[in-house]
Design a protein around this ligand. Structure first.
Ligand SMILES: N[C@@H](CCC[C@H](N)C(=O)O)C(=O)O
Length: 257
């Protein structure tokens, strides 16, 4: 079976053209093994490109632990690049994902991906919590570069208040030029990843509310730069949310299991 490896700001994915529906998607151990960085290809997740009976392009996303996940923003941008590379879409696209339909546009090296609207956010003393397709804690910190993201993030990811599903944890610092620096502990990978698309989207929306940053918000991650554009609604929610940044093919190969 042919696979392709894609990355979007260092969030990396095994990508498989599964229009023939031959991939054994119920085999969690196989997905986890393919994503394993020592015993497999190595990736933060695996994505199947399928088509629905009505012909709609469909993204099926699995976390590195092998379980089917909620929405993945960087994975969605890589999915659009993959569909474009296969010649299945022009520069404008629509596809289905677990959280509904997404629109996207290919503009040179960048993919502009429309994310689900966000109706509400919770603000707690130390952090905010919201769902941008996946659940995210956003916590501002003074020195994100020095933070032990795994040591601090993992207990929060498993905290009782987020059970049973758990959450992703984003540590955010505002830089002098109003750019956000974001590092994320990612659920399902159970480690820090180089970038998380739904996570930086959450960080940008919270930064708009708490720090009055205007759209588009520029974000730096360990794996590169992203932008998040949005329209804030008078009632407190957000619409027309776009995650913008590069996505590229890295290599391809054959799975011989
Ligand atoms: N890396 C992803 C986030 C994927 C979802 C996450 N692993 C979860 O299970 O919540 C992104 O780019 O959004």
């Amino acid at each position: 079976m042919t696979f392709f490896k894609y990355q979007g700001t260092g969030n990396d994915f095994v990508m498989i053209d599964d229009r023939a529906r031959t991939f054994p998607s119920a085999d969690q151990a196989l997905v986890a093994q393919l994503c394993h960085r020592h015993f497999g290809i190595g990736a933060d997740g695996l994505i199947l490109l399928q088509t629905a009976p009505d012909g709609a392009l469909t993204m099926v996303y699995f976390n590195a632990d092998g379980a089917e996940g909620s929405m993945c923003g960087n994975g969605g941008r890589c999915f659009v690049r993959f569909a474009h590379d296969l010649g299945l879409i022009t520069d404008q696209a629509r596809f289905m994902a677990v959280d509904g339909e997404h629109e996207a546009e290919v503009r040179g090296t960048d993919i502009h991906l429309r994310m689900s609207d966000v109706a509400s956010l919770e603000h707690h003393t130390a952090f905010s919590f919201l769902n941008t397709g996946s659940p995210h804690v956003v916590q501002f910190e003074a020195d994100v570069a020095s933070l032990d993201v795994v040591a601090v993030g993992r207990p929060m990811r498993y905290a009782a208040q987020f059970s049973p599903g758990g959450t992703n944890i984003n540590f955010v610092e505002t830089q002098s030029d109003q750019t956000l620096f974001v590092r994320t502990y990612e659920r399902g990978v159970e480690d820090e990843t180089y970038s998380c698309g739904t996570g930086v989207t959450a960080a940008a929306l919270v930064a708009h509310i708490q720090l009055n940053l205007s759209s588009p918000v520029a974000i730096r991650t360990l794996g590169g730069n992203l932008r998040v554009a949005f329209t804030a609604q008078p009632g407190g929610g957000f619409t027309s949310i776009y995650l913008i940044g590069p996505a590229q093919r890295v290599f391809e190969g054959e799975i011989t299991v």
